[in-house]
Design a protein around this ligand. Structure first.
Ligand SMILES: [Cu+2]
Length: 805
């Protein structure tokens, strides 16, 4: 049996095994099919859902095209520039050469920009149906061809087909040539001369001391940059044009690689020769390169040896991601988007938003400006504009002792080379371009994304109150703080500045200045200790003061305004309720001071005398007899400590005051000029002279607001200074102007209240003002990376890499 039964059993077992296998395979197939169906249906559902959920959008009104009939505040259009250049180059007396061929001893157009018509004419046009003022350009011509050479400024118009050339009101006719801003042809000439001469006369010294060369240098190159003006006021020579150049290594980023070597050059206006007046090497000063070379060869000069480091991604001065990770994995940053599309309108350079209206433009010399700023159709200010960016340095070595930078001399406007979506501004912002007329071309040069405009939720409420106790009403009311921001950002060689004009829904406008970017370093030696701290091997971060000046042409209920301070002082009264005899109770009270003259209106902050700064029209009172005013709050004040009337201080005399109020004058358009870098012994624009005892009672008033901060650099300023803590702001706040908070009219507010105060247990009702049903939409596909790829314009080869200032 065993022998005959075994094969049968085996056959039977094998048969069962096959069936089991078959069943198992079938089961797997069914399971697989099931999973497949689930996945397909899930994907289909998602696809369907995606198809059904529309992209967020709404009616939008944005037109950024160049207008054929530009507003009075619009920058020069391409058509106007064409007409302007054709006219200028046809004027024989100007002797102009093509900008691309210009040398220092030629006559060429340095810059041209719109000259906003006189305020009276503009107001007559805007408010009284007057004629539209003619458009004129302000043109700056370097007359290197004249003897002596001069800088000429003209008003040229009417655009786009000019027929006149006239003097600029309130400006000197011929501006000394030595005061002109540092410019391309000159910088190239000076740098080439200095580098070539050093390469020939100090070859061994440079190679042995600093491990690099100026020519044929491979990956160990040196350059002479970071020019610092040796102010005529410092040198005692009224019209000297002396500049210190410091040696830098061309490691990314070169400003953080200064060497203890500098050269003082004088660019002689008559011979047009570059002359070396002093040479600084390892803490020693010499008259000529030859003197230093001889001393170096005979051993009488103290030598230094600083090896040239290799550059890599971890080089301390390079901005590459490094350091311990602090995010596990990767999750994207939060983003904001606009579910119903943009809520602001832009027509060319005019913006409307939630009751606000304003024009914007980019001044070539002085940067961002806004005009005719209205809230609920009433003008609050005629102009708010950046006037000047100054950095006053301190140091032991001459290259750091003398630099007092006045950035409008580098032309602030064109230093905005474009904002990067998602970093500089939210990705959902609208980006606008600016065109400039610069010395490099007859055609306008357009920089992309120079402004961005965006709405954002600041993440904190504009107002809130929670009356949690039923006895107090039992409700919550609040409103998100959503603001509109107009932003621009500027890189002036090493430093980056971000300027915002921020519009709140309660009639408040805020102006903010922020600094980031590289500190200007110096080679570390013990003598630098009082002027800053060592922040890296051989690198000292030097003490400096940042200063920003703004023009705030405030017009409250018309242009006839007063400036008053409401001064808070300590006071006391008899305390009749005290057990102590003759007791006093101490408080504060306030008094109203109407400022009479420009001297009275020049405000220096005093911690002992707190006060409100108010602007108003005396004829416009509220129901309680108080003036309908706007209050100026300067939250970015700094005490500038450089001595008055010494060194470069006279060119920044606006910084003596935190707010200075003067009478409006066409001849006092700006507090500074493109000549401030060099003209401190006799400034072309002397702000202090604006304050000359004129009445500021019931006049058209301008407030000049100065903000700033002292900066003692520290290691966390490497590789670049982070922006937190570097923001400075001032505000214009309505003050008894409206009967109540005008943002009460906002449809964004939310109220939560008891359905029935007597029955809290019945729960609450929510009062909102939008549609009941929230429409579902998906944010526009995050085009962030696409947008980034399109920002190649932020890397601009405008030649400044070889002529950094
Ligand atoms: Cu700084």
């Amino acid at each position: 049996m065993d022998s005959s039964g075994k094969p049968e059993m085996e056959k039977y077992r094998r048969s069962i095994g096959r069936w089991r296998l078959l069943a198992f395979v079938l089961l797997l197939c069914v399971l697989g099919l099931l999973v497949g169906i689930i996945i397909i249906s899930f994907v289909k559902d998602r696809q369907l859902e995606d198809q059904m959920t529309p992209t967020c959008s709404g009616k939008e009104d944005i037109n950024l095209e160049e207008p054929s009939d530009p507003s009075v505040f619009h920058d020069l259009t391409a058509v106007e520039v064409d007409g302007l250049m054709t006219y200028l180059h046809s004027q024989r007396s100007l002797n102009l050469v093509d900008p691309s061929k210009a040398r220092v001893n030629n006559s060429y157009v340095y810059l041209a920009e719109i000259y906003v018509p006189p305020k009276m004419k503009v107001l007559d046009y805007l408010d009284n149906n007057g004629a539209k003022p003619e458009r004129e350009a302000m043109v700056t011509i370097f007359r290197g061809d004249r003897r002596p050479p001069v800088v000429e400024e003209y008003l040229v118009g009417p655009l786009p087909k000019p027929n006149h050339l006239k003097e600029v009101p309130g400006r000197r006719k011929d501006i000394p040539f030595n005061l002109r801003p540092l410019n391309g042809p000159e910088l190239v000439a000076e740098i080439v001369f200095i580098e070539e001469t050093i390469h020939q006369t100090l070859y061994d010294l440079v190679l042995e001391s600093f491990g690099g060369k100026f020519r044929d240098c491979g990956d160990k190159c040196l350059t002479m940059q970071a020019p610092a003006p040796f102010s005529p006021a410092v040198s005692g020579v009224p019209l000297g044009r002396k500049i210190w150049y410091t040696m830098l290594r061309t490691i990314d980023f070169l400003i953080l690689h200064p060497m203890d070597f500098a050269v003082l050059v004088n660019f002689d206006q008559d011979t047009q020769n570059v002359e070396v007046e002093a040479v600084w090497y390892n803490g020693q000063s010499f008259s000529t390169f030859e003197e230093l070379a001889t001393g170096y060869a005979d051993g009488s000069v103290r030598k230094i040896k600083v090896p040239y480091p290799a550059e890599n991604d971890n080089t301390f001065s390079k901005m590459m991601k490094r350091g311990p990770e602090f995010q596990e994995g990767f999750k994207r940053d939060p983003i904001q988007f606009e579910p119903d599309g943009k809520r602001y309108k832009i027509h060319h350079n005019h913006v409307e938003y939630m009751g606000w209206q304003f024009y914007y433009r980019m001044a070539t010399v002085s940067g961002p400006q806004i005009y005719d700023i209205r809230f609920r159709n009433e003008r609050i200010a005629y102009e708010i504009s950046l006037q000047e960016i100054v950095v006053l340095y301190s140091g032991f070595k001459p290259g750091q002792m003398f630099p007092d930078y006045f950035d409008s001399c580098t032309l602030i406007g064109p230093q905005d080379k474009g904002l990067v979506p998602g970093i500089d501004c939210p990705a959902h912002a609208t980006f606008m371009d600016t065109s400039f007329v610069l010395e490099s071309s007859k055609e306008p040069v357009t920089f992309k994304n120079t402004f961005c405009l965006f709405e954002q939720n600041t993440g904190y409420p504009l107002r809130r109150h929670q009356s949690y106790a039923t006895g107090y009403g039992g409700y919550f009311e609040g409103m998100p703080n959503v603001v509109l921001t107009l932003r621009s950002a500027f890189t002036v060689v090493n430093y980056d500045y971000i300027f915002d004009f921020i519009f709140y829904q309660n009639g408040v406008v805020e102006v903010r200045a922020m600094s980031t970017g590289y500190i200007l370093a110096t080679f570390h030696t013990d003598q630098e200790a009082p002027y800053g701290a060592q922040v890296h091997d051989n690198i000292n971060g030097n003490l400096h003061t940042h200063l920003f000046n703004f023009k705030v042409d405030i017009d409250i209920k018309g242009k006839t305004n007063r400036f008053a301070t409401w001064d808070i002082t300590p006071s006391s009264r008899p305390n009749d309720y005290s057990a102590v005899q003759n007791a006093q109770y101490h408080m504060t009270n306030y008094s109203r001071q109407v400022k009479q003259t420009e001297e009275d209106g020049a405000y220096k902050f005093n911690f002992q005398a707190p006060k409100y700064l108010l602007f108003y029209n005396e004829q416009e009172k509220n129901a309680y007899g108080n003036p309908k005013a706007y209050r100026l709050v300067n939250n970015g004040m700094v005490k500038q400590l450089f001595a008055e009337n010494e060194g470069n201080e006279p060119a920044a005399s606006w910084a003596r005051y935190q707010v200075a109020v003067t009478q409006y004058k066409e001849s006092e358009r700006r507090s500074s000029s493109a000549y401030a870098y060099m003209d401190s012994s006799d400034p072309v624009v002397q702000f202090q002279s604006f304050i000359n005892n004129e009445s500021i009672v019931d006049k058209d008033l301008v407030a000049w607001v100065t903000m700033g901060l002292h900066h003692i650099p520290h290691t966390e300023d490497l590789p670049v200074t982070p922006s937190p803590g570097m923001g400075l702001t001032f505000y214009l706040l309505p003050y008894n102007y409206f009967p109540e908070d005008p943002a009460m009219a906002s449809k964004s507010s939310v109220r939560i209240e008891l359905k029935d105060k007597s029955k809290p247990q019945d729960g609450v009702r929510v009062i909102k003002y939008g549609p009941e049903e929230e429409k579902q939409c998906v944010a526009k596909k995050n085009s962030y990376f696409d947008m980034l790829k399109k920002t190649s314009g932020v890397i601009v080869d405008d030649g400044s890499g070889s002529t950094a200032i």
